[in-house]
Write a protein that binds this ligand. Sequence first.
Ligand SMILES: NC(=O)c1ccc[n+]([C@@H]2O[C@H](COP(=O)([O-])OP(=O)(O)OC[C@H]3O[C@@H](n4cnc5c(N)ncnc54)[C@H](O)[C@@H]3O)[C@@H](O)[C@H]2O)c1
Length: 334
Amino acid sequence: MRLLVCGGAGFIGSTFARLRLNDHGDDVTVLDKLTYAGREENFHDLSGDERFHFRRGAIEDGEAVAAAIEAASPEAIVNFAAETHVDRSIAEPDAFVRTHALGTYVLLEAAREHGLRYLQVSTDEVYGSIDVGTFTEESPLRPSSPYSATKTGADLLVESYFHTYGLTTLICRGSNNYGPYQYPEKLIPLMILNALHGDPLPVYGDGMQVRNWIHSTDFAGAIGHVLEHGVPGEVYNAGGPDEEANIDVVRRIIELSGASESQIEHITDRPGHDRRYSLSSEKVRALGWAPRVRFDEGLADTVAWYRENSWWWEPVRSGDYRSYYERQYGRSLR
Ligand SMILES: NC(=O)c1ccc[n+]([C@@H]2O[C@H](COP(=O)([O-])OP(=O)(O)OC[C@H]3O[C@@H](n4cnc5c(N)ncnc54)[C@H](O)[C@@H]3O)[C@@H](O)[C@H]2O)c1
């Protein structure tokens, strides 16, 4: 397939681009605005491949999208482009509304004009928090942060293009991802890098928030599977094989990195913090997908990757991320 991968310079989008080029022989054009989270380093190993192209541009910019489609002549658009950090959505929600609402609209219009298959990458956070049981695709949408509310709005707009215009749309909702190339504001890379540097490990509240962890290669695989085999107009959940409380994740990172439990620092909980996410993936499993990476093994590999790839995170830790961290946690990094 020829794919236009929007947001492909980010964590999961670049993992998806790598998987589709290396394992499926696709042509991949990445369109990405390169926000603080989008980095060319994320596809450093793909740039020499003649089937891979990168264009810098925003999905809300109709001209940039039209030019990318003209150059790439894609059969499908896969949209990863998003603002993705809940804490930033609480502090500054405007970019979330622009990218998720306006950006998704511009891409849907382009898909409609050119008759392209359209896959929206979405999140379990659209369902809100669940104390017991798991969310299915039929569960009500009850987002609780500006991040998840704007992602929900984007999903509903995508569904409307299927119902109203007959556009071939698909939505794939993932649970919390982890793996190489994840920007260090997110729980797992934040804790790994702080552990390796001897910095405090800031844990929100009691740390008993439960997440349904999925390795990024598994989520990328699920998205490709839904793109190829999904039924137009349908939503597919892709959840990881394991659920873990944040505090247990932090304790395992401490063991794996040789840090100390005394580095744990409980801080005031995030406003409106969802307590537990859990996804049923029966529908995508029925299409023939299953996650392969168990959390224990994937976390050990991820800690090893960060340990061995300081070239990737050193520029981040010494750049704007330092001032973000100071604003968010009220202290500086070492
Ligand atoms: N990380 C997770 O745990 C997780 C879980 C489920 C779903 N998702 C979804 O997967 C997608 C990718 O998440 P990620 O963790 O890789 O995020 P990320 O923050 O690492 O990457 C997002 C990418 O989108 C780009 N981008 C942002 N706004 C843009 C715009 N207006 N135009 C063009 N590009 C823009 C950024 O430059 C960056 O490259 C998102 O849609 C997210 O909602 C993420």
